[in-house]
Design a binder for this molecule. Structure first.
Ligand SMILES: [Zn+2]
Length: 456
């Protein structure tokens, strides 16, 4: 097996994080761990029945073996439920399919799969106030350990509140067999925590969402190590994939600790949510969450580079002096929202979120003064937190995930428009809000698309 010390290091970090979590009680991550699934289940759910839930692919990959191991451990099992859907994604229709199955049994769902199967089991189990566990099959997103399930309902992708799994078991022999593009998507979802951290620093400074230092550490302390071997991810190197899986699980555990997804998501995720809700497809299918987040990560990193390279204390002075001229009244924002989202199912949501983050000129001035007064330190802190966009783009590319908008079917003009739409999507304060608050949208975002600009 060679050098496998990293498994112990990973387990130690995960065990430490579990102490802060209300929902998840156990995580097993290592090689040949499928053989432990029976005792894992028995420890978490003594005396209970189990029902394996999978899709056709994940059942072959790990579901069959999971079922055998559960039975070998003396656990009573229901007939497994195997989704048989082409191009399956998490949508309410598939929750409605699973609901009567769980209603007719008291068995604990053992989700065998990644994002979709996990979200469907997570949400459907919560409808019966029943815990569940997951056997992860790919390092494709950070939703294994997070609470809440992302499910399409009424043509909008929405996050439904529900607890995280009681237990997570991942066998690296299974993850290594997952398609490279799935693990690359997880890699992009993980590297997104770099600009997401910068966004949280901004929100902390103005006081809208203070940093939870324990949750911050769970994600940020090892982040550079977890994303240090993109080629290893592409080549299914055990250590690289284990670090990636650990990082994705830790991101979810940090969300449980902080009780917010702020720990793992900033403006880069808003690009992805926007494209989700525009039902964006490329070559007939929706690009994966991680692929969209990866492009969003390059987009916000490019914006940060522009900000840090061009703003100074004088910029804040000028922005404060220009508040009376630049201030955007609620009526202006509202009519923009009607124009941008009036025909979409998102309208009520964006109106609520934008209203929540709308501030009067006095509060705006207070914020800009705060930015100005903390500028040299803030600039240093953001510079340390961030990676230059070219570097982050190169790393994402090495993992084989898309690093340009065109690779997911988004042309430049649409990307430019997406910066402004993404800003209006959510209350969560980020670099896009910062540029709006400064009244410097045209001076900061537009040049990114001009000759010599990052996207020019
Ligand atoms: Zn994500």
């Amino acid at each position: 097996m060679g050098n496998t010390v990293f498994y112990q290091e990973t387990a130690a970090r995960v065990d430490k994080a579990l102490k802060y979590c209300d929902d998840t009680k156990a995580v097993v991550l290592g090689e040949q761990t499928l053989g432990q699934v029976g005792s894992f289940f028995n420890n978490l759910f003594p005396g209970k029945r189990a029902i394996v839930v999978a899709d056709a692919t994940t059942f072959e990959l790990a579901g069959k073996r999971t079922l055998q191991e559960l039975q070998a451990a003396g656990i009573s099992t229901d007939e497994p439920y195997i989704y048989n859907e082409p191009d399956m994604h998490a949508e309410m229709r598939l929750v409605d399919v699973l609901k009567p199955i769980l209603a007719n049994t008291d068995a604990i769902a053992v989700a065998v799969g990644s994002g979709t199967v996990n979200d469907l089991c997570k949400y459907t189990s919560s409808l019966f106030e029943r815990p569940y566990m997951v056997v992860g099959t790919a390092a494709s997103m950070d939703g294994y350990a997070s609470f809440g399930a992302s499910i399409e309902y009424n043509e909008c992708k929405q996050t439904f509140s529900c607890p995280a799994p009681r237990g997570i078991l991942i066998d690296m022999d299974v993850v290594c067999k997952a398609p490279v593009k799935m693990n690359a998507a997880g890699f992009a979802d993980l590297i997104a925590k770099i600009p997401a951290g910068a966004d949280w620093i901004l929100a902390d400074l103005i006081g809208t969402e203070p940093i939870d230092h324990i949750a911050w550490s769970l994600v940020q302390d090892s982040l550079r190590d977890w994303v240090s071997d993109p080629l290893g991810v592409a080549n299914c190197d055990r250590k690289a994939l284990t670090f990636l899986t650990e990082g994705l699980i830790m991101s979810g555990l940090a969300m449980q600790k902080a009780k917010t997804s702020r720990t793992a998501s900033g403006a880069e995720h808003q690009f992805s949510h926007l494209w989700d809700n525009q039902h964006h497809k490329f070559n007939g299918e929706a690009p994966s969450h991680g692929f969209k987040v990866g492009v969003g990560t390059v987009a916000t990193s490019a914006l940060y580079e522009k900000i840090l390279g061009s703003w100074s204390e004088a910029t804040f002075d000028a922005a404060i002096a220009a508040i009376p001229r630049n201030f955007r009244k609620w009526e202006t924002i509202e009519s923009e929202l009607t124009h941008n989202f009036g025909n979409s199912g998102l309208y009520e949501t964006v109106k609520r979120e934008c209203r929540k983050k709308y501030v009067e000129p006095d509060e705006l001035k207070r914020r800009l003064l705060l930015f100005k007064d903390s500028w040299p330190e803030l600039k240093a802190r953001l510079t340390k937190q961030l990676m230059p966009p070219l570097e982050i783009q190169k790393i994402i590319r090495l993992s084989t995930a898309p690093s340009t908008p065109e690779e997911i079917g988004i042309e430049r003009a649409r990307l430019q428009k997406s910066y402004s739409l993404a800003q209006q999507l959510r209350y969560r304060y980020n670099c896009l809000d910062w540029v709006r608050d400064m009244g410097l949208w045209e001076e900061t975002v537009t040049p990114l698309f001009q000759p010599g600009g990052f996207w020019g």
